[in-house]
Design a protein around this ligand. Sequence first.
Ligand code: ADP
Length: 254
Amino acid sequence: MTEDNRTNGTGPERSTSPVLEASDVTREFGDVTVLRDVSVGLEPGTLTALVGPNGSGKTTLLRVLCGLLAPSSGEVSYHGPEVSRKIGYVQQQPAFRPEFSVQETIEFYTALVDAEPEEPLDRVGLTAAASRRVDSLSGGMTRLLGVAQATVGDPPVVVMDEPATGLDPGMRRRTFEVARSLASDGAAVLVSSHDMTLVEEYAEHVLVLDGGEVVAADSPGALCAEQEADSLWDGFEDIVEGPADELAVLGVNR
Ligand code: ADP
């Protein structure tokens, strides 16, 4: 894919100063160092993708950025507006009360920040399913409800942990389209994913994590150029040793 046919526009209001920043973050679990001196910045209006082999520390980094896990050393700083909800987070397997309807679920969250439920459901395309019980939703729809929940109150930062994994191609694309639209509306969006095709198409910035360290950070086009690769898949394989077999095990298609 060339720079020209990517859907990721930069937009006139794109800022270059990060709204959320990790500086020299290290996180240990017992004797194991899962993140080592990681520094990243998330800019408003930008969709950043976090890629890396399984076990490279992606979820740990997302949880540290969201304040759900404390770093062992280093720090995370927020530089955005003082709003009631600064960061929305979509965990890998969102779980909601099964007997609630979609509408009731979103209303639970909108009530916390005095927001309206219509916009989050509309954004992810779940308005028509508002009266359905959560336990009647497909896996993809539940994931989209997780995305809707993360956008309640329009937080300046939205972090999504593998929102597309395990979904059919249409739903995978939908999650990236929602991420893209949030970024176009000004949010700093960080999405972890194994789907290099969608990352290449939608993300403006890519962070490659390997063994708990950021081993590359650039636009998809620049990463490809640096690796002299035709696609992000090929570039990724050159940056990170041996992910192809692992991704095949995960059922990720090239
Ligand atoms: P990824 O999201 O890239 O698959 P994770 O951040 O989930 O990676 O995990 C990175 C490493 O950290 C793995 O080896 C995992 O076993 C380890 N890890 C994650 N959470 C914990 C924890 N709470 N206690 C001990 N080890 C953990």
